[in-house]
Write a protein that binds this ligand. Structure first.
Ligand code: CIR
Length: 257
């Protein structure tokens, strides 16, 4: 079975999505579509087969599939999303995940975005953020304890999601903007800190020694290459205007063989 990456086309309404930390600036949606296609191309070059979910043109943020569902080895989890404007994205992500994995739902008052769930082996770091609340972290802990996942809460401040502020780039290595995330839960891991001039550079997608990251963060790219990772830079300027990055554009399914 090839490795599968779920993605979704950019919606016609993409330029009207949620913004939390960035000012709204015009987005060239056609250019965003070309950037998204290039991103999918990089995933394909790394051996992933793209499975495209149906476009949801009335849901501006629907391209950010990662937030609507989490795929683990044994099960998938969907949760009420942290932004009510994004509720309409959940059902089709759940349907897609259900083709491959049993799906469990978290229930209100929990809200959780997949951008706050970061995996390192059997540890799941979960950001307590504007989108993910304590009720979700509690339900997540209870649900996953029998599967021997350790769920570790992490305070996120200044960034939308945990994975806007940091990324696991190896079993024991984390790339982080240390201004935006409490680093104490990562004690024992090697930390690579992004240069303060590249505050948004810590959000990268790691798989098997490869890192997919946005262009525009040359110091971070050098830092990662120096740590032995193979770096693939993709122009994501239009997608970044919507506060998106390389992780949120896909759900990488576990090896289902
Ligand atoms: C939002 O605010 O929900 C979208 N405009 C951006 C979501 C990005 N998701 C992510 O980083 N996981």
């Amino acid at each position: 079975m090839p490795r599968l990456a779920l993605t979704r086309p950019i919606s016609a309404s993409f330029a009207r999505g949620e913004l939390t930390y960035l000012e709204r600036v015009p987005i060239d949606v056609d250019r965003a579509r070309r950037q998204h296609a290039a991103y999918e191309g990089v995933l394909e070059s790394l051996g992933w087969t793209i499975v495209r979910l149906p476009a949801l043109d009335e849901q501006p943020d629907a391209v950010f599939v990662e937030d609507a569902g989490i795929a683990l080895d044994e099960l998938a989890v969907v949760a009420p999303m942290g932004a009510s404007s994004r509720t309409g994205e959940s059902r089709s992500v759940e349907e897609a995940l259900a083709r491959y994995l049993p799906v469990t739902r978290l229930t209100p008052p929990a809200t959780l975005d997949g951008g706050d769930v970061m995996r390192a082996g059997r540890r799941l770091f979960v950001g307590r953020s504007r989108r993910t609340n304590a009720a979700a972290i509690e339900q997540f802990q209870r649900l996953l304890a029998p599967y021997e996942y350790e769920v570790i809460p992490v305070e996120v401040k200044g960034a939308l999601h945990l994975k806007s502020a940091c990324s696991v780039v190896g079993e024991r290595t984390i790339l982080a903007n240390t201004e935006w995330v409490d680093m104490s839960p990562f004690a024992g891991m090697d930390a690579l800190a992004v240069d303060p001039s590249e505050a948004w550079g810590a959000s990268v997608l790691h798989a098997d020694g490869h890192v997919v990251m946005p262009t525009g963060f040359p110091r971070t790219a050098r830092l990662l290459a120096g740590a032995g990772l193979t770096v693939h830079e993709v122009d994501l300027t239009e997608i970044r205007k919507a506060e998106g990055g390389p992780t949120c554009l896909s759900i990488l399914l576990p090896n289902l063989a």
